[in-house]
Structures are given as C-alpha cells and as structure tokens.
Write a protein that binds this ligand. Structure first.
Ligand SMILES: Cc1cc2nc3c(=O)[nH]c(=O)nc-3n(C[C@H](O)[C@H](O)[C@H](O)COP(=O)(O)O)c2cc1C
Length: 350
C-alpha cells in the first residue's frame, strides 16, 4: 500500500513502530524493518556510545530504512543528531518539538524529520519549521500523553498542516489503519502493539501483565514524573499516588542517581535537562527531580521484569490485545485486515 509516508521514508507498508524507552531496541527495530514497516530505535534511555552501537547493530540485521527517537530538549541532542547523520539513519523522530536549527541540520544531511506531537499548534509549529511529517498521538496512546482523543485530534491536525500526518494512539489492527487513512492520515504508528510481539525483548512476565489487562486497567497518572502518563494501574502506581511528598522526593533522588550512572550523564547535565523540561511548564522542582523516575521505573519492568517495582507504560489498546505475534506476522495481519476492510467498503458501495 503506497501512501505519502511510504514514499517519504521508503518502506513497503504505512506502519510505524514507535520509539519506546528500553523497549524499542535493535531486535525490535530490525524485525519491524524486515517486515516492511518503519522501526524507530528509542535513544533517550541510551548513552551516546550505546546509541551508536545500537544503530550499527540494526544496520547489521537489516538493509531497510529505520529511525532513531530522541528528546529534543536533552543537552546532548546535538551529539545524537550527529550520530544519526554520520551513521546514515533515514529518520529522526522527536519526543518533543525540535528547534528549527536541529530540523535544518538534519534535513541538510538528507535525514527525514518526523516529530511526535500531541496538539494542533505544535504540529503547525514544526511544519512551519520544515518537519517532513508528524506523528500525532491522541490521548489513548501509551506513555506521556494528552487529553484529546485520536478521533478528534487527528482530523484537526490533518486539516491544519500540509505535510503527511501519521496517526498514533489506540491503533492495533487493519481497521484502525483504514480509519486513519479515511481521516486523511498517511499511516499509523503503534507502540503498545509492537511491545506485545515475540520480537520485543520485554520479559514474559511483563508481557503477560499487559495481555491480562482490560481497558479499565489502563490509567493516566501524574504521580511518576509530574506529567500525564498513561500506564497499567498497579499497586506501585497506587502507592506513588498516595505516598507523601518527602518520601516521593527521597525515592526520586535515589532513582536520579541510578539513572545518572546508566545514562552516563553528569549531575550538571541532568540539572540542565531538568531546567529545560521545567522551562515553559508549570513544574515544581520536585517534579523536575522526578523526571528521572520514568526511565528508571520503566527499566525495572521492561528490562528487569519487575511487574511489582516498575512502571508499565501502556496505551488503552492493551485491553484489547490478546496475542503475541512476530513483527512480520503482525504487519502482514494488519495489511490483510486493511485490505479486507477496504473491500468491504467497496462492495457496500457497489
Ligand atoms: C512502554 C512505552 C514507552 C514509551 N517510551 C517513549 C519514548 O521513549 N519516546 C517517545 O517519544 N514516546 C514513547 N512512548 C510513546 C510511544 O512512542 C507511542 O507514541 C504510543 O505508544 C502510541 O500509542 P499506543 O500505545 O496506543 O500505540 C512510549 C510508550 C510506551 C507504551
């Protein structure tokens, strides 16, 4: 199926596997790429050295195009951009709106720039700055998320910008892909659905917790890092919501120390990143400190398999996903379902 997205990045199917911290590593990304969709490596939870190694590992497993996701507000975003350019990565994906300068640097080097956004005005801004496409995530999506549902946000953004729009938040099958195309999107991006594949390295116990979840077990909380964050509701989430400020802060400092070791960041850089996060938002200092909570708590589940101690970021779709397919099976199934859904429409019209 050819769309503005497949033409832009050179993939066979208009499907994106999004950059998920600790989840979207070389194995998942290369499996997605080999299945004909666009895989995006998550780099915010990697050191720059690890990022370069991970990019090379993907390249050793596939000749297909893929992307790298990074935080535009990280103080080492420039170093990461340079790695993307030097290693010839096809797509740069951003968790927050990148600056006009970063977009220009990447585009000059031939990299396709696709920021993720959660509001129409952000889409308008990055489109004006030269972004090649946007991923628009509605409120049902996993991880940090907004309030507006995909069915409302998507047509709003499609009408507002002239660049290809990729729909995210709540997609898991071929009907969703056809619905997104009907709204004027150029494809769909899925996080939770790709986390729940046999190619994802997430431990089995954690996958089992997602598969067991109903739609009502997926919640939005600010208790982890001060920002609205969609995840499975667990005893840990209840405890974080109910623990006092001092206790939460104490734990946050401990986790920040752990994250510093893992990410290779200096305290100075972490504080500068925290300040960048605080800029323009109504975050308190304790919330800024809590920022290191997300990567550490996500790692506890996504890498260490601790369903009791970790955060399990999740879209509402976890409640309707019931199987673990390989990426190749998933992409083939989505495309077959999309084909069937389109034929049903054509027959109904005849
Ligand atoms: C476990 C998990 C980790 C995530 N980590 C990131 C991240 O590091 N950067 C980012 O831009 N988005 C992140 N997200 C959001 C996803 O990239 C994607 O936009 C979202 O999952 C789409 O909604 P869906 O889960 O309904 O498919 C994460 C989502 C999940 C479920």
């Amino acid at each position: 199926m050819e769309t503005a997205l497949t033409r832009l990045v050179g993939v066979r199917h208009p499907i994106v596997q999004t950059g998920m911290g600790w989840v979207a590593g070389p194995r998942l990304v290369s499996a997605t790429a080999n299945a004909g969709a666009l895989g995006i490596l998550a780099s915010a939870t990697m050191t720059t050295d690890r990022l370069r190694d991970a990019v090379r590992e993907v390249k050793s497993r596939t000749r297909e195009p893929f992307g790298v996701n990074l935080r535009a507000d990280a103080t080492d975003a420039g170093d990461r951009v340079r790695i993307i350019i030097e290693e010839g990565v096809r797509v740069a994906s951003f968790a927050l709106a990148p600056s006009a300068e970063l977009i220009a640097e990447l585009k000059e080097a031939g990299v396709v720039v696709i920021p993720s956004i959660g509001a129409r005005r952000h889409a308008e801004k990055v489109a004006a700055w030269g972004a090649d496409a946007v991923i628009v995530q509605g409120g049902e999506g996993g991880g940090h998320t907004g309030e507006v549902a995909t069915t409302v946000l998507l047509p709003q953004v499609v009408d507002a910008v002239d660049i290809p729009v990729v729909a995210a938040g709540g997609f898991f099958d071929g009907r969703g892909l056809v619905a997104a195309l009907a709204y004027g999107a150029a494809g769909v991006a899925m996080g939770t659905r790709f986390l729940l594949t046999s190619d994802s390295t997430v431990p089995d116990a954690v996958k089992a917790a997602y598969l067991a979840a109903t739609v009502k077990d997926v919640t939005v909380t600010r208790a982890v890092d001060g920002l609205p964050h969609r995840m499975l509701r667990t005893e840990l989430v209840d405890a974080l919501e109910n623990s006092g400020r001092t206790r939460t802060l104490f734990q946050a400092v401990r986790r920040a120390a752990g994250f510093r070791r893992l990410s290779g960041l200096t305290w100075r850089r972490m504080i500068r990143d925290g300040l960048a996060m605080k800029h323009g938002k109504e975050l308190t200092w304790s919330q800024v400190l809590l920022a290191a909570n997300t990567p550490m708590l996500l790692k506890a589940s996504m890498v260490d398999g601790r369903t009791d101690l970790g955060v399990m970021a999740s879209g509402q779709v976890a409640g309707v996903i019931e199987d673990l397919l390989s990426c190749a099976e998933l992409v083939a199934r989505v495309m077959k379902q999309a084909d069937e859904a389109l034929w049903t429409l054509v027959r109904a019209d005849a």
